[in-house]
Design a binder for this molecule. Structure first.
Ligand SMILES: O=P(O)(O)OC[C@H]1O[C@@H](O)[C@H](O)[C@@H](O)[C@@H]1O
Length: 251
């Protein structure tokens, strides 16, 4: 049903970059926050770090809870800072994220809205599993709250002391709250860390959503999603809903 295995009765959607065009807002806010800090510090070898780029975002920050993303990036660059600096960086990023949201609103992807309608009409249970503590406001601003039976977000991850993506815990909680095990659920993810989480959780399907290109030609990001364990990689959920030639999971 809807391009998913027969056993699937629940769809677990990541939010930013799958249902809404907000991965780009996170990227902008992180880029500004990191690049305000980096020129003023040195790494463990005494060098001024190179600026934070989109590829840093995809490799270390995308899909992970806020503090995990900061720590993963700083560790990759061999940068040591005190916990207060980590906290202030996270706060600065969040202020910027909320300011952009306030200014621009949130755009849901049309193919995602069509898929949500089709999933609801087909009787699939719908949950959102996001590492963001802004999951509720983003869903609300996008007008998607009405579709969602269960939301697991960054606040739940902190309060329940769950391991963030790429650990499978937040998706497993989403499935449990929807009353199914991993064999009854499909994960939809745009981040490598999120696909890895779905794969580690042994879900019936892990759909990698590659919004970095509108081409059917495999992009580098599509290859990374496949490498992280996606069972299928699509550039639009229309391909699952309407059918047609599989874009496949590039090797
Ligand atoms: O800072 P927030 O809103 O809690 O979001 C944490 C993370 O949430 C994820 O959904 C995003 O992919 C990341 O880019 C983001 O950093």
């Amino acid at each position: 049903m809807l391009g998913l295995p027969e056993s699937v009765t629940v769809a677990l959607f990541d939010l930013d970059g799958v249902l809404t065009d907000t991965a780009s807002v996170h990227l902008t806010a992180w880029t500004e926050a990191f690049n305000n800090l980096l020129p003023d510090i040195v790494d463990d070898d005494g060098h001024t770090p190179a600026p934070f780029t989109e590829s840093d975002y995809r490799a270390h920050v995308d899909g992970r809870p806020r503090e995990d993303g900061i720590n993963a990036f700083l560790a990759a660059r061999r940068i040591t800072v005190d916990p207060d600096t980590v906290a202030k960086l996270g706060q600065a990023k969040n202020r910027r994220f909320l300011a952009i949201l306030d200014r621009d609103g949130v755009t849901p992807y049309p193919d995602a809205v069509a898929y949500l309608h089709a999933a609801r009409d087909a009787g699939l249970g719908i949950a959102v599993v996001t590492s963001s503590r802004n999951g509720g406001p983003v869903l609300e601003a996008a007008g998607l709250t009405e579709f969602v039976a269960v939301r697991v977000d960054g606040n739940d991850i902190v309060e329940r002391h769950l391991a963030g993506k790429p650990a499978p815990d937040s998706f497993l909680l989403g499935a449990e709250l929807m009353g199914v095990g991993p064999a009854g659920a499909a994960v939809f993810e745009d981040a490598v860390s999120g696909v890895a989480a779905g794969s580690a959780g042994d879900f019936a399907a892990v759909i990698g959503v590659d919004r970095t290109t509108s081409e059917t030609q495999p992009s580098p990001h599509a290859k990374d999603l496949a490498g992280a364990g996606a069972t299928d990689v699509v550039t639009s959920l229309d391909r699952l809903r309407i059918g047609g030639q599989p874009e496949g999971a590039p090797q």
